[in-house]
Design a binder for this molecule. Structure first.
Ligand SMILES: NC(=O)c1ccc[n+]([C@@H]2O[C@H](COP(=O)([O-])OP(=O)(O)OC[C@H]3O[C@@H](n4cnc5c(N)ncnc54)[C@H](OP(=O)(O)O)[C@@H]3O)[C@@H](O)[C@H]2O)c1
Length: 265
């Protein structure tokens, strides 16, 4: 990991999975501001990571509600910010017509709107903190390999992750002259609570550990702008871009239909 300027590392979705792993993987002297909805899990992580004089704060906030991102911004106050990780996210597997409309809206709010609101509010702070520390700060957006193609039966999720990927890749170019390293992280299947919560069937093979994904992400920050962890994930995400869309779309539909059949025999 490149050395970051002094300041807090703010991680959304730190109460579980990849966000929790990122919090653990940061150097032990980095002050942390951890957010999520689950106070017990956040408090357990705070107790684990707040060793010595390291400050670790938690903010319980629902990022699906407009007040959520605002509460996180207010918790940071005027303090220097060295790293912002927009990681909180959720999925919902199944046919769009049968989906829960509230869940679809929640997905867009947490996966897309919250990262925009947080990044727009806190990017000036990242730049300012980097200037004061005479070094670099970091911005990570967690997208997914789902961002590389439309996914029938996982339509809204893939669309939200394409949004995250485009946002991150565009910002990495816009901010090329600024002292902020931008990384768009596109994990493939990762062992977290995501699958169970999204009610996703199958995909038991080629699943990566969240700790490994977190270590690779922090190692890539400042060295590259986009990371797809894992060779197979990288190959698949590049290959799908090479196949003409009119051929790729029905092929993806068949794969996703098979997955749906597995779930409902
Ligand atoms: N696991 C995978 O296979 C995979 C693959 C590619 C990309 N990703 C992406 O990785 C990111 C992290 O997911 P994960 O795999 O670590 O899943 P996870 O274990 O389910 O963790 C999701 C995190 O997001 C938080 N979150 C969800 N809804 C929220 C809301 N309304 N307000 C605030 N926080 C909310 C959760 O907080 P609470 O638990 O406190 O509710 C939790 O901390 C997501 O953006 C996901 O899209 C995951």
């Amino acid at each position: 990991m490149i050395p970051l300027v002094p300041g807090l590392a703010l991680i959304t979705g730190a109460s579980s999975g990849i966000g929790e792993a990122l919090a653990r993987a940061l150097p032990p002297d980095r002050p942390l501001l951890l957010t999520g909805r689950d106070p017990a899990r956040l408090e357990a992580l705070r107790a684990e990571l707040a060793t010595g004089s390291r400050p670790v704060e938690i903010v319980v906030a629902d990022l699906a509600a407009p007040a959520g991102p605002q509460a996180v911004i207010e918790a940071l106050g005027e303090r220097p910010l060295a790293l912002l990780v927009n990681n909180a996210g959720l999925g919902a597997w199944g046919p769009f017509l049968a989906s829960d409309p509230a869940r679809e809206a929640e997905m867009v709010a947490v996966n897309c709107l919250a990262p925009v609101v947080l990044t727009r509010a806190l990017l000036p702070r990242l730049i300012e903190s980097a200037g004061q520390g005479k070094g670099r700060s970091g911005l990570i957006l967690v997208a997914s390999t789902a961002a590389f193609q439309p996914l029938p039966n996982f339509a809204t999720y893939a669309a939200t992750k394409a949004f995250d990927r485009f946002l991150g890749e565009a910002l990495s170019q816009e901010l090329a002259g600024q002292p902020v390293a931008v990384l768009t992280l596109c994990p493939g299947a990762t062992r977290t609570r995501f699958f169970e919560r999204a009610r996703l069937p199958g995909l038991r093979s080629h699943v990566m550990d969240a700790d490994r994904v977190a270590r690779l992400a922090l190692g890539a920050l400042g060295r590259r702008t986009l990371l797809v962890p894992g060779l197979l994930n990288r190959l698949a995400s590049q290959l799908v871009g090479l196949v003409p869309r009119p051929l790729a779309r029905p092929a993806i539909r068949l794969v996703m239909r098979q997955m749906l059949k597995k779930e409902t025999p």
